[in-house]
Write a protein that binds this ligand. Structure first.
Ligand SMILES: [Zn+2]
Length: 233
């Protein structure tokens, strides 16, 4: 039976620990004679909790150190006090962490949105010039140069191919050139001077994996979609 106070495990304390253990064994064997009556439970609890209010000169300390009944009770109480002290420290530390996290979240929210007029993420401005681009109808091979956009919130201005009609256009990013697997879509009315038409739309490509896609434009009246190879970086 090992009876040691949970405590220091430094090598220099080993000898003292050994003496304490021998002493404990003698006390528990009944080889010692305690002086005076057994102190009450409250005192033993204070002693187990290493209360600083107890003076080592208190005769009850000397009694408890030599009384098998009191020592057994102390050994029972001791583990309940040590972990509780650690638990309190851990609980306090966890509470501090929670407060810090809450404070950081509030600061972050305040900074991200000090007023509702400021958008959370600034769109990346991109221009795609399709003026000289041929168009890619379904099933036709593509001789085109590839268009490139970042995987970001993009405000893209598309200069439409020559001879494009004015009116409303739907701009979309899709995985293939049949319009399947839509990643982003937006519609707007083309602006232009002369025969040069352009559309400016926001496309949210933040969730897109880099790779090969298609950018399509669809005029609201002729409903024909034109696909341009697109690289998302
Ligand atoms: Zn006693």
């Amino acid at each position: 039976m090992t009876l040691r106070w949970p405590g220091s495990s430094h090598p220099e304390d080993d000898f003292e620990a050994w003496i304490a253990q021998r002493h404990q064994e003698r006390v528990l064997d009944g080889s010692t004679t305690p002086a005076g009556p057994c102190p009450d439970e409250a005192f033993l609890k204070s002693l187990a909790g290493k209360s600083k209010q107890i003076a080592l000169s208190d005769p009850r300390v000397g009694h408890a150190a030599n009384c098998p009944i009191c020592l057994r009770r102390l050994l029972e109480l001791r583990p309940a006090y040590q972990p509780r002290q650690r638990r309190l420290v851990l609980t306090a530390a966890a509470a501090c962490c929670c407060l810090i996290v809450v404070a950081l979240v509030m600061v972050a929210r305040h900074r991200a949105n000090p007023s509702h007029s400021v958008p959370e993420v600034a769109a990346v401005q991109e221009t795609v010039d399709l003026w000289n681009a041929g168009t890619l109808r379904s099933d036709q091979p593509s001789p085109l140069q590839s268009v490139s956009l970042p995987a970001a919130l993009v405000k893209v201005t598309i200069i439409l191919p020559r001879y494009s009609e004015p009116g409303r256009y739907v701009v979309a990013v899709t995985r293939d050139q049949t319009g399947n697997d839509l990643l982003a879509q937006s519609s707007t009315v083309a602006t232009g001077n002369g025969d040069r038409q352009e559309v400016s739309v926001d496309l949210d490509l933040r969730k897109s994996q880099p790779g090969s896609y298609f950018l399509s434009t669809t005029h609201e009246q002729d409903q024909a979609s034109y696909y341009y190879p697109l690289q998302i970086k």
